[in-house]
Each structure stands twice: as C-alpha cells, then as structure tokens.
Ligand binder design. Structure first.
Ligand SMILES: [Zn+2]
Length: 269
C-alpha cells in the first residue's frame, strides 16, 4: 500500500540513518519533475517520431538526418532543465555517506549537475556528442548551435566522421561494464531506492529484484504503481521531489534533536 509522504519520510529517514551502502536507481519520473518529458509518454518524442535504429543510423544518411532533426527538437528541453529537489537530495545523501551511487536510466546529466559524483548511466548521456571514428567529444550546446545554424548532419571537425550523441540507441547493445557494476552494487546494497522508474522493462527491473533478494530494503517512489510494489518495504505513489524533501527535513530535525540531547548534562548518580 502506498504511504503518505509524511509517513514515508519518517520511515525512510530512519532507514537512511542506518544504511551503510544505499543505492539509488532513477528513471524518467525524476526528470519529468524538472520539465523533461518522458520520451515514451504520450506527447513524448517516441509518440511523434519512429525511433532511429542504431544499424539504420550507421547505414543510411536519411536516417541520420531524421535523427538530428529529432535531436534538434528535443535538445532545448534537456539543455534548459535544472536539477530538482529529488536530484539534490540524492547528491546530499551521497555526500553524507548514505548512498554509494546513483544508477540512472536518464540521459540528461541532472544528477551530476546536482552534485552526485558516482553516477552510472545505463543508457548513456544526451549531453555529450562524440565522433564514431576518432571519439572526439563535443558538448550538447555546441552541436545544438550547429544544428540551429542549419547543419543537417553534423560531422567531426577533425576527421569528417559520423557524430552521434553518447546515448544508447534502439538496437544498440547496452554498456555491459556499466550494467555489471550496477548489478554488483544492487546485490551488495542494504537499501535500494527506486525513484521514477516504471520497473517494467528488463534489465532495469531486475536491479531492485537483485537488491531485495540480497536482503536490502526496497523503497519505490513513483507516480504510478509498478509491478514490484508488492515486493517493496515502502511504496509512495507521488512526487519524488516532495517526498525526498520531506525525508531530508525529517533527517535534519532528527539530527538537531540528537545534538541537543547529547549536549544535555548527564544526570549524576
Ligand atoms: Zn572524428
């Protein structure tokens, strides 16, 4: 059953105080609160455009042209987005030693911009573009400027190679090293926070299962129910930002309380 934000904040704050190796796993839902539309939602990029398959991108210049047209349309929302309370809370929890990493399905780098240091990007990043021949890197802003100036298919300045954003495309293999590390973190963690992921698609949905079967507490915060809700120790169907803000407030209040108590003179026997 979904808990209220206040109840959830009390429970989760308590668990976060005890955790030695928490891991957060985030999906599109945390970024929609920063104004980035879920690609797969109604109105998202994939409801209006057929995705470009990786093999077609490599083989067919007209597919590359279509790819850059979609990119030109979707990039401004990414480039303008700012981390929200959910991203900031996870960065803070890592700095306090409660979380060891954030594993994310998102490609917007909002975790890094919020201050998270260890971020595993299982679908890569849209904020960087690279040359498929020489691996020269370009910023998202730089490529957006070129697209808006009229380039239809930007090419590498150094070698003329094909450029592509550093996301994992449809039909492209997932980065095995990143997934192995994510699976290892999930199996070793003692608290797994799944935030804003529908937990429907594997291998993503396998990570919370791995964590729970390894004995970790499983917390799910998502706007809609997920297939793993019945397995979780705590479920919130609501805003990630609001919930995490309440959790951080709760933790602050408890640490103030314990400081006051430790300053009280000991009773003399
Ligand atoms: Zn190149």
């Amino acid at each position: 059953m979904s808990k209220s934000i206040a109840e959830a904040a009390r429970m989760l704050a308590g668990w976060l105080r005890e955790t030695r190796a928490g891991v957060a796993f985030t999906g599109a839902g945390i970024s929609t609160e920063s104004g980035i539309a879920d690609f797969r939602s109604p109105g998202g990029v994939w409801s209006r455009h057929r995705p470009v398959m990786y093999q077609d991108f490599l083989a067919d210049a007209s597919e590359r042209q279509r790819y850059w047209l979609m990119r030109k349309e979707s990039a401004p929302a990414f480039l303008a987005a700012k981390p929200n309370a959910g991203h900031l809370a996870l960065a803070r929890l890592e700095a306090e030693g409660r979380l060891t990493a954030v594993i994310t399905q998102n490609i917007d780098e909002l975790h890094q911009r919020a201050g998270s240091r260890r971020v595993l990007e299982v679908h890569g990043t849209a904020m960087k573009v690279h040359c498929l021949s020489c691996d020269k890197r370009y910023t998202g802003e730089e490529i957006q400027t070129r697209l808006e100036a009229g380039e239809e298919m930007p090419q590498c300045d150094d070698c003329g190679g094909i450029l592509k954003s550093m996301t994992v495309s449809f039909g492209e293999n997932l980065p095995q090293d990143v997934w192995q590390e994510a699976a290892r973190l999930a199996s070793e963690c003692d608290l797994f926070l799944a935030l804003g992921s529908s937990l429907v698609v594997h291998p993503a949905a396998g990570l919370p299962e791995t964590a729970a079967s390894g004995g970790a507490r499983l917390v799910i915060i998502n706007r809609d129910p997920t297939p793993l809700d019945s397995m979780a120790d705590l479920v919130v169907h609501g805003s990630i930002g609001e919930t995490m803000e309440a959790v951080m407030e709760q933790m602050k209040a408890e640490s103030r309380k314990s400081k006051v108590e430790s300053r009280k003179p000991k009773a003399e026997n």
